[in-house]
Design a protein around this ligand. Structure first.
Ligand code: IMP
Length: 192
């Protein structure tokens, strides 16, 4: 089955491709010649995932799924959440986002946080939602060079390494997106 993953982020595409069974052929937005920007105007992760998946279903004739992820920091009442990509303003910049986050947590003792991913799957006219959560702590300094986004400052619960110090394989097994994708894959395996 051909299945579109509504993303242009090659890091994410690679992560997901590694987890999917070979019977499912994953296509990117570029593969289906979708080059327009899909505006993420919702105020929830679920809402943005739906907007993206619906755009593909309505304008291209493919089964598809879309994801949206946010970093929810307890001491910041769930911020940056749905606004994680542009926390420090435009243009989106991971370094500036991490600097802002570390500054906002400077005087906070509670550094607990979670990454949360919401996935919306549009399959043969039906819609399904999946989510994945990875709990952890925000470090006081950046650690590691791998990954992307907030990886250098996020240490998953039960580990002494940041996401940026893990291989993508190790991260996939425990990450928010990995867990949400696992649920999606289990569902697709049962359905196909
Ligand atoms: P997206 O919805 O996957 O594009 O994620 C929104 C933003 O959350 C990204 O721009 C990153 O800043 C952050 N983010 C998402 N997933 C991860 C991750 O696995 N590690 C670190 N940051 C992430």
């Amino acid at each position: 089955m051909k299945l579109v993953f509504a993303t242009n982020n090659l890091n994410k595409l690679k992560e997901v491709q590694e987890m999917l069974p070979k019977s499912i052929e994953l296509l990117s937005l570029k593969d289906i010649n979708c080059f327009e920007e899909i505006e993420e105007t919702a105020t929830t992760l679920e809402g943005n995932a739906k907007i993206k998946a619906n755009h593909i279903s309505e304008n291209y004739n493919y089964n598809c799924f879309a994801d949206d992820t946010g970093l929810e920091v307890d001491a910041l009442y769930g911020e940056p959440g749905v606004y994680s990509a542009r926390y420090a303003g435009e243009p989106a910049n991971a370094e500036n986002n991490m600097t802002k986050l570390l500054k906002n947590l400077e005087n906070k003792t509670n550094r607990t946080a979670q990454f949360r991913t919401s996935i919306c799957l549009n399959l043969n006219g039906e819609q399904f939602l999946f989510d994945g959560i990875c709990k952890g702590d925000i470090l006081t300094n950046r650690k590691g060079e791998k990954g992307f986004g907030y990886d250098p400052v996020f240490q998953p619960k039960g580990y002494q390494k940041s996401f940026a110090q893990m291989s993508s394989e190790a991260k996939n097994k425990i990450s928010h997106r990995g867990l949400a994708i696992q649920k999606l894959v289990e569902f697709l395996k049962k359905t196909y």
